[in-house]
Write a protein that binds this ligand. Structure first.
Ligand code: ADP
Ligand code: ADP
Length: 241
């Protein structure tokens, strides 16, 4: 079963005024699919279009061409109500969760925020935040702390707790360990792998680092200049040892 199916997706950025118009074909004719419970790595150098693709999948951006089907439904054809469901079902984890965590809010509030917006009573959402902290290996005592009081690895765990708070079906992780020390990278990757199995998540894992992708992904799509230039199992893409 396929949970996410991209067909011929293209996205172009147009920047500059009428005098110096620049057109960047960030994503060109990308087709790929993610099976339910699968792990697909999108690997490519900086500027190859990975983040743009991720932003289209979580609907932070609109595609120009092609279709993105989530559970058989084209994202472009979602009604208001289904858009909310999509927000819940497809969550994103960022490279630097600090950038996406409001520094003036306690992390407990940040983790509870999504569920509260989606109508979960405050007390219940905060209780759920406590459970999530335990799930990602953080001390629930630290729920009242602020983002800057955490180390990079811990902050990534907060980012994960926040992404998991709405009970998503897919996690789109955009360079989730790239800003971390190598030893901490392994811990966060292990956690991600464990949570994926435990919660039955499907994972789209974006990275410039083939080594990291090979550690966590079943299948890999290699992007270059906005196009998928190679795709297959980790063994196929790396060549058998
Ligand atoms: P990656 O995530 O692989 O580094 P991106 O999707 O960020 O790649 O970028 C793909 C291309 O699109 C790059 O050439 C980048 O400069 C360009 N780009 C990305 N975001 C924007 C934007 N908001 N406006 C204009 N160009 C952009
Ligand atoms: P990434 O490659 O991980 O997306 P970048 O540092 O390339 O990170 O981009 C950071 C931000 O700047 C993103 O929001 C991206 O959309 C935007 N951006 C990237 N390239 C361009 C560009 N050429 N013009 C305008 N905005 C850009």
């Amino acid at each position: 079963d396929i949970i996410l199916d991209l067909k011929h997706v293209s996205k172009t950025y147009r920047t500059g005024g009428w005098r110096r118009r620049r057109v960047t074909h960030a994503v060109s004719d990308v087709s790929l699919s993610l099976p339910v419970g699968g792990t697909l790595g999108i690997v490519g150098e900086s500027g190859s279009g990975k983040s743009t693709l991720a932003r289209c999948i979580v609907r932070l951006l609109k595609t120009d061409l092609g279709s993105i089907d989530f559970q058989g439904v084209d994202l472009a054809k979602l009604g208001k109500r289904d858009q909310r469901t999509h927000t819940r079902d497809v969550q994103m984890v960022f490279q630097d969760p600090y950038g996406s965590l409001n520094p003036r809010k306690r992390v407990g509030e940040l983790v509870a925020q999504g569920p509260i917006v989606h109508g979960v009573p405050r007390e219940q959402a905060l209780a759920r935040a406590r459970e999530l902290f335990e799930l990602v290996g953080l001390d629930p005592q630290s729920l009242h702390r602020y983002p800057h009081e955490f180390s990079g690895g811990q902050r990534q765990r907060v980012g994960l707790a926040r992404a998991l708070a709405l009970g998503p079906k897919i996690l789109v992780a955009d360079e989730p360990v790239s800003a971390l020390d190598v030893s901490v990278q392994a811990q966060v990757l292990d956690l991600l792998a464990r949570l994926r199995v435990q919660l039955g998540l499907s994972l789209l894992f974006i990275t410039h680092d083939l080594r990291v992708a090979a550690q966590i992904c079943d299948r890999i799509a290699v992007m270059k200049d906005g196009k998928v230039v190679e795709a297959g199992t980790v063994a196929e893409v790396f060549g058998s040892p």
